[in-house]
Design a protein around this ligand. Structure first.
Ligand code: SF4
Length: 243
């Protein structure tokens, strides 16, 4: 297991490296079964999927199936599996937990209150993720500094206090154009909802298209105040940020 002093040194060492160099380092440094790429099938995750599989075709890649994903996301999973001949590790929430919240609060509980929405995210995303990450030493994420004001401080390598393991953000200094240029140049599959005004895609009932000029993330949990929008997957500088 890596210690905090090593993390500080690695932050400096990795700051000028390319995403491919960082991924190659991560894949070589950690035991193969102790490092995995987290994918929500977003554009950044698709870039990292293409990159990591070129480095190690057997790299572990996981995704969370909350049970409420849009059909276009399932189509992207299927297309990606076929293109790269891979199997995702798919995390599901505990069925008894989902049964409990739906029986008590109904299938559209997230619209009724922030507490209900957070409970739904906790049951469908955070619990399966926490259980999965507890067996890893490092996870790889597609976070970029440009995505929101809460992400400006992310490092390419950092210690994830929330889940207790190393977090690797190879695309930290990439722009949205960098991501799309890579996707087009390398013919990487992407979620077709992006072609219909959905820059950020999560669960179907909690995602809608945005109008030109609106913040790319304004279509996520659009009924909530901006400072309440989070699901607990990522903590940056002590603040929870959206994914
Ligand atoms: S994004 Fe919406 S449907 Fe998905 S887990 Fe969170 S509240 Fe539930």
């Amino acid at each position: 297991m890596i210690n905090k002093e090593q993390i500080e040194n690695l932050k400096k060492e990795m700051s000028g490296k390319t995403p491919e160099e960082i991924l190659a380092w991560g894949v070589g440094f950690f035991t193969p079964e102790k490092i995995a790429l987290s994918s929500s099938l977003g554009t950044e995750d698709q870039v990292l999927t293409d990159m990591i599989l070129k480095i190690n075709p057997k790299a572990r890649i996981f995704t969370i199936d909350t049970g409420r994903l849009p059909q276009a996301t399932y189509d992207t999973i299927a297309e990606t599996m076929e293109k790269y001949s891979i199997l995702y590790e798919i995390l599901f929430p505990e069925s008894k937990d989902v049964e409990e919240i739906e029986i008590v609060h109904g299938p559209n509980m997230f619209y009724k209150s922030i507490e209900n929405r957070k409970l739904c995210c906790e049951i469908r995303k955070i619990r399966p993720l926490r259980k999965y990450l507890s067996k890893l030493d490092a996870w790889i994420c597609g976070l970029r500094r440009e995505q929101s004001v809460t992400r400006t401080g992310i490092e390419k390598i950092e210690w994830d206090e929330n889940f207790g393991l190393v977090k690797i953000n190879p695309l930290a200094d990439w722009s949205d154009s960098d991501v799309w240029n890579y996707i087009r140049k390398n013919h990487v599959p992407y979620n077709k909802l992006h072609d219909f005004g959905y820059p950020s895609i999560g669960c179907s009932p909690c995602t809608r298209a945005v109008k030109p000029g609106e913040h790319p993330r304004s279509g996520r949990w659009w009924w909530e105040e901006p400072d309440k929008k989070e699901c607990g997957l990522h903590v940056v500088d002590g603040k929870i940020v959206r994914k």
